[in-house]
Design a protein around this ligand. Structure first.
Ligand code: NAD
Length: 260
């Protein structure tokens, strides 16, 4: 059994109950962790209401807005965590975004602005959040986990600029692990297979990705958000105390195959 009793975790990236971040939150909560959530605010407050409903089910008291493109939001989020908890043990970063048009045309047609936006939201946000989280983590007690995808390693049709952002994200994991390891903070990534979520709905041909996994992956099936969550809970636990700078595939072994 994974034991995270007494650990305080910030989960960034829940949009709804299909979100990978929500599967992670459920697993962390089942292991005994106390949770705080951040959400991407919108004018009508819909995201806040959706995430609040979920946060209530795991007795979470802290729900804070944060658009990761905005330094003031990030500062306010981590200040509020510091005030409420006085520290932090776990940071979950499950955030990515690219313009839909950049996930449908040829990769070489990606605009300068679309490239910058995708990398800012999907990659730089981990660096910015890890920096602030590290200041709240006690010596030897921190774990940071982000969520990447195989499109970082091989060209997956239409994943395009997001593949480049994920390659940067995985590299950032290694740089952060090297920098933060000496103070006992571990930094890892999980790489799930395709899962139907709000974000994946933006990918044309997503069905082909899930079909390829169910027919070719060694386990011959797709994975669930809870399977990803359980792997993350392991990485955050003392059982993984010797692991940092790693990308852990939670994809039924699909990364071993020839591909889509
Ligand atoms: P999701 O849409 O549920 O989650 C994406 C989250 O990113 C949302 O909560 C959204 O609000 C947040 N976000 C986007 N822009 C933001 C911003 N500017 N500031 C703050 N938050 C912002 O989709 P998901 O599939 O659960 O995605 C979570 C992570 O998992 C992403 O990094 C994604 O690339 C990765 N991933 C997804 C799959 C999949 O098939 N669904 C596979 C591998 C990896």
């Amino acid at each position: 059994m994974i034991d995270l009793e007494g650990r305080r975790a910030l989960v960034m990236g829940v949009a709804n109950e299909q979100s990978i971040a929500w599967g992670i939150a459920e697993s962390l909560s089942a292991a005994g962790a106390e949770l705080a959530f951040s959400y991407l605010p919108d004018e009508r407050g819909r995201a806040e209401r959706r995430v609040k409903r979920l946060a209530d089910t795991v007795q979470s008291e802290l729900l804070l807005p944060c658009d990761v493109r905005n330094d003031e939001d990030l500062a306010a989020l981590f200040d509020a965590l510091g005030e409420h908890w006085g520290g932090l043990d776990i940071l979950i970063h499950s955030i990515a975004w690219a313009r839909t048009e950049d996930l449908s045309k040829e990769f070489s047609a990606t605009s300068r602005e679309g490239f910058a936006l995708a990398n800012e939201v999907s990659t730089y946000s981990l660096v910015a959040a890890a920096h602030r989280a590290g200041q709240l983590m006690a010596h030897g007690a921190g774990s940071i986990v982000t969520v990447t995808y195989l499109g970082s390693q091989r060209p997956v049709p239409r994943y395009n600029v997001m593949g480049v952002a994920k390659a940067g994200l995985e590299s950032a994991v290694r740089y952060l692990a090297a920098e933060m390891g000496p103070v006992g903070i571990r930094v890892n990534a999980v790489s799930p297979g395709p899962i139907e979520t709000l974000s994946s709905a933006a990918l044309a041909g997503f069905d082909r990705m899930t079909q390829a996994v169910s027919s070719q992956a060694p386990l011959r099936r797709n994975v669930t958000t809870r399977e990803v969550g359980d792997a993350v809970a392991f990485l955050c636990s003392d059982a993984a105390r010797g692991i940092t700078g790693q990308v852990l595939y939670v994809d039924g072994g699909f990364h071993l195959t020839a591909g889509i």
